[in-house]
Design a protein around this ligand. Structure first.
Ligand code: KG4
Ligand code: ZN
Length: 345
């Protein structure tokens, strides 16, 4: 079964081809090729994603990228068995491009289509790595808009253990970076600057660290960073790396401690980290150190597949089909779900 995956939920157009064995097999699907166009440069002038520009750029990129992945894999459109696309959550206009193209391709080829949950794509993206996880595991899902801890017993078997009550960890990175003048996207910029700073330089809050539950809250941290930046005034510039390092340390400590608590409470010995913030070096090295000591296996997506991409959408589509949970359909009337809680799957 050859699955074409199309991701267009935000500011990256991602296309991929995944080969999977038929239904109900335990063989992990294999990535044949993938291609990505990032709109970062285009949105940089505006300090953030401009939804209308995002949609228009997806339209320009989606077919050339599709041709590129087919050529790289030595396949043609006629070889595609299922077209999987991101149905949500994300920007409505951007999602509509991927959904529209997927359903048009499906209709033209007479092949079934499948709408995929973007966060399930992130969640299952470590299965694309050379060291794929095995179920069950605890998942720390840290994307731009979501921060969740989950117990994952299989494809589609997700129990939310805790989640953010306000900002996501990615938002805390992005908003803190913005108010330090580091531009968009803030997370990678802040973490690069943090490498030159002292993580203990400023005392910043660790929200909900001792709350006794597995929920997160990062809105207060962003406010504390703003207060600190204002207090520094003209001294902010020379202390920016220290403030970046202290901000990152606060976010990472909370993510780390809550993940360990989730592992203790579930009794599971395996942790999967997915989503854009999973690319963060400090988070990876601290999680690796703590988990190695505790005999816990940690799995990440390949670094270049942490942020949005088509491979994770093709993979999640293929795994859902294999699991028998869902069937691709020849109903080509589509809708998108800009808001779509993962727990409702
Ligand atoms: O998963 P993702 O690509 O998009 C969503 O589905 O939201 O995540 C993007 C988020 C952004 O907040 C970005 O700043 C953050 O991931 N991010 C990072 C790093 N790379 C991406 N945050 C911290 N350190 C990084 N290295
Ligand atoms: Zn994402």
């Amino acid at each position: 079964m050859l699955v074409l995956g199309i991701e267009s939920s935000c500011d990256e157009t991602g296309i991929a081809l995944v080969r999977a064995d038929g239904a109900n097999t335990s063989a992990v699907p294999v990535l044949l090729s993938h291609a990505l166009h990032s709109q970062i440069e285009m949105h940089q002038a505006y300090g953030g994603v401009v939804p209308e520009l995002a949609s228009r750029d997806h339209i320009r990129r989606v077919l050339p990228l599709t041709q590129q992945v087919l050529d790289e894999a030595g396949q043609t459109l006629a070889d595609v068995d299922v077209v999987a696309y991101t149905r949500g959550p994300g920007l409505a206009g951007a999602l509509l491009v991927g959904a529209g193209v997927a359903c048009a391709l499906g209709a033209a080829l007479g092949k079934p289509v499948l709408g995929v949950h973007h966060l399930e794509g992130h969640l299952l993206s470590p299965f694309l790595s050379a060291d794929p996880p095995e179920f069950p595991f605890v998942a720390l899902l840290v994307s731009g808009g979501h921060t969740q801890l989950m117990r994952v017993d299989g494809v589609g078997r997700y129990e939310i253990l805790g989640e953010t009550i306000d900002d996501a960890a990615g938002e805390a990175f992005d908003k803190s970076a913005k108010l330090m003048g580091l531009g968009y996207p803030g997370g990678p910029a802040l973490s690069r600057l943090a490498e030159q700073g002292d993580p203990a330089a400023f005392k910043l809050p660790r929200p909900l660290l001792h709350s006794g539950n597995l929920d997160f809250s990062f809105a207060g941290l962003k406010t504390a960073v703003m207060t600190q930046a204002k207090k520094l005034g003209d001294d902010l510039e020379p202390r920016k790396a220290d403030l970046a390092a202290s901000t990152q340390a606060a976010i990472v400590e909370v993510l780390l401690k809550k993940s360990i608590t989730a592992l203790q409470r579930t009794g599971l010995r395996r942790l999967v980290v997915a989503g854009g913030v999973g690319a963060n070096k400090a988070l990876r090295s601290q999680l690796n150190a703590v988990c190695a000591k505790a005999g816990i296996r940690v799995h990440y997506p390949e670094l270049h597949l942490c942020t949005d991409n088509g491979a994770m959408i093709a993979m999640a589509g293929a795994m859902r089909l294999q699991s028998g949970l869902q069937q691709a359909t020849r109903a080509y009337a589509f809708d998108v779900k800009p808001r779509w809680p993962l727990g409702s799957l």
